[in-house]
Design a protein around this ligand. Structure first.
Ligand code: ATP
Ligand code: MG
Length: 476
């Protein structure tokens, strides 16, 4: 293996010697320079993984050195050596991008540890760069179909948050692909080699959820016959995905908040604190702000989770995705390559509002593949609700349609009559209820011969409008 190279820059020769000696003992290859200029020259020629530089030096100071290094190779880690009186400069250095410093006088362990941390960070940053490059060249994330502008934005966001440690809250209706997105974030993160542990907070009985998440010790409650590791511990080094978090009980919300803040869990029945290294992703199809107002969801937890919100739009708001999704699912469901979809079936699929989103589309295609005979999926192979637009209207029409058929004129007459009765024959209110002007109502009452029982005149009888009411004149 290539030896790790460390460059030491300090104008103090004895300090240079001490550092050189100590670092060589740790097995590092060490280069030294007596000034910033000389150091940079050496760095350009020989390269280094880590640079340890003094702040105050004649000529270039440590900050300038650092700046130059960041331009030369942002991957090279810089450790700033601070002495009493140079703390302010160290703070400046931190702000300018150095993450490490050693204060003089330092001991050997401190030096060892700081170098190790710097090297770890370097590895991580390198991995991130590699990941980001892989993502960029790929264009889209595998398996996530994103043709529409809004889904492409989601994919962009995934690429940007994946390499970080940030908590992400994934929002979207049922079946929009929340879990798929969570997995993508994990797979493109430096934790990809670790576990991805999904927990469906709505599917686990409330009284078991705590032990599911945090584990328990033997005897903690009836039925706890042996120690059990919780999902948080199982996700150590990886990612936990708290699905349907909006359904979680308040006392557990407090505990989740604590894990997010302290990265520590306690098993049920045990007060030992177990550190966990997990990234948290959460999802819900609930409007959490409403849940907060209703007192069902903790506001503090919401803000902790909502660091980066990812809102996946419903399929009906991104119809451009339907066609590529169909192609994607036909392939992944193992449809014969020659199989096509008849134009009318295709139109039905494209026009359907997909209340169950992508999952419903996937299920519909799976079903169609079972029913289909021949070379094409036809309209008849689709579920009733998708096939017949009339059945679809039934979902928004507040009345049942009789199988025997009906007369539109008859229905209109009946509706007007009922609306008038409902409003004690107040024409203005009945008209408003029906979403038409009073003028139109009168016209239609006349057409259908509707009159208030016990009154002589039919439509158009005098009625005082409501106070201050202005009747717009519309046509019937
Ligand atoms: N953009 C997409 N590209 C490819 N497949 C998708 C896409 N969105 C969703 N799917 C697929 O649709 C199905 C449902 O997705 P997923 O389970 O992630 O949804 P969800 O939002 O978690 O749903 P629920 O709220 O019901 O749990 C999965 O099989 C998933 O692979
Ligand atoms: Mg889900």
């Amino acid at each position: 293996m290539k030896r790790i190279k460390i460059l030491v820059i300090d104008d103090d020769e004895s300090l240079r010697r001490v550092l050189e000696y100590n670092l060589a003992q740790e097995g590092y290859a060490v280069l030294t320079a007596g000034s910033g200029e000389q150091g940079l020259e050496l760095l350009r020629k020989e390269g280094a993984d880590v640079v340890v530089t003094d702040v105050r030096m004649p000529g270039m100071d440590g900050l300038q050195v650092m700046e130059a290094i960041r331009k030369h190779d942002p991957n090279t880690q810089v450790i700033i050596l601070t002495a009493f009186g140079t703390i302010e400069m160290a703070v400046e250095a931190m702000k300018a991008g150095a993450f490490h410093y050693i204060s003089k006088p330092f001991n050997r362990d401190e030096l060892k540890l700081t170098i190790k941390k710097a090297l770890q960070l370097r590895e991580l940053e390198k991995e991130n760069v590699a990941l980001r490059q892989a993502l960029q060249t790929k264009g889209s994330l595998d398996r996530i179909i994103a043709e529409s502008g809004r889904m492409r934005e989601i994919v962009d966001m995934i690429k940007r948050v994946a390499p970080t440690e940030t908590t992400v809250l994934i929002l979207g209706e049922s079946g929009t692909g929340k879990e798929l997105v969570a997995r993508a974030i994990h797979n493109y993160s430096p934790r990809a080699k670790g576990a991805f542990v999904p927990v469906n907070c709505a599917a686990i009985p409330e009284h078991l959820l705590e032990s599911e998440l945090f584990g328990h010790v033997k005897g903690a409650f009836t039925g706890a016959i042996r120690d059990r590791v919780g999902k948080f511990e199982a996700a150590d080094g990886g990612t936990i995905f708290l699905d349907e978090i909006g359904e979680m009980r308040q006392d557990l919300q407090v505990k989740i908040l604590r894990v997010l803040e302290e990265r520590i869990v306690e098993r049920v029945g045990d007060n030992r604190q177990i550190p966990v290294d997990v990234r948290v992703l959460a999802a819900t199809n609930k409007d959490l702000t409403k849940a907060i107002q209703a007192g069902e969801f903790r506001e503090d937890l919401y803000y902790r989770l909502n660091v980066v919100p990812l809102c996946i739009p419903p399929l009906r708001e991104r119809r451009e995705d339907v066609r590529p999704l169909i192609q994607h699912f036909l392939r992944s469901l193992g449809a014969p390559p020659r199989l096509t979809i008849s134009p009318d079936a295709f139109r039905a699929l494209e026009n359907y509002p997909w209340p169950g989103n992508v999952r419903e589309l996937e299920n519909a295609l799976e079903r169609a593949l079972i029913f289909q005979r021949g070379d094409a999926i036809g309209l008849a192979d689709l579920p009733d609700t998708i096939r017949s637009p009339r059945a679809r209207e039934a979902t928004t029409l507040p009345v049942e349609l009789p199988a025997a058929g009906l007369s539109l004129e008859g229905v209109e007459k009946e509706l007007i009559l009922r609306a008038l009765e409902k409003h004690e024959w107040n024409q203005s209110r009945a008209a408003r209820y029906l979403g038409i002007t009073r003028h139109t109502l009168l016209y239609r009452m006349e057409k259908h011969g509707i009159a208030r029982p016990g009154r002589a005149g039919a439509a158009g009888e005098e009625e005082k409008g409501e106070p201050g009411e202005q009747e717009p004149t519309g046509s019937g």
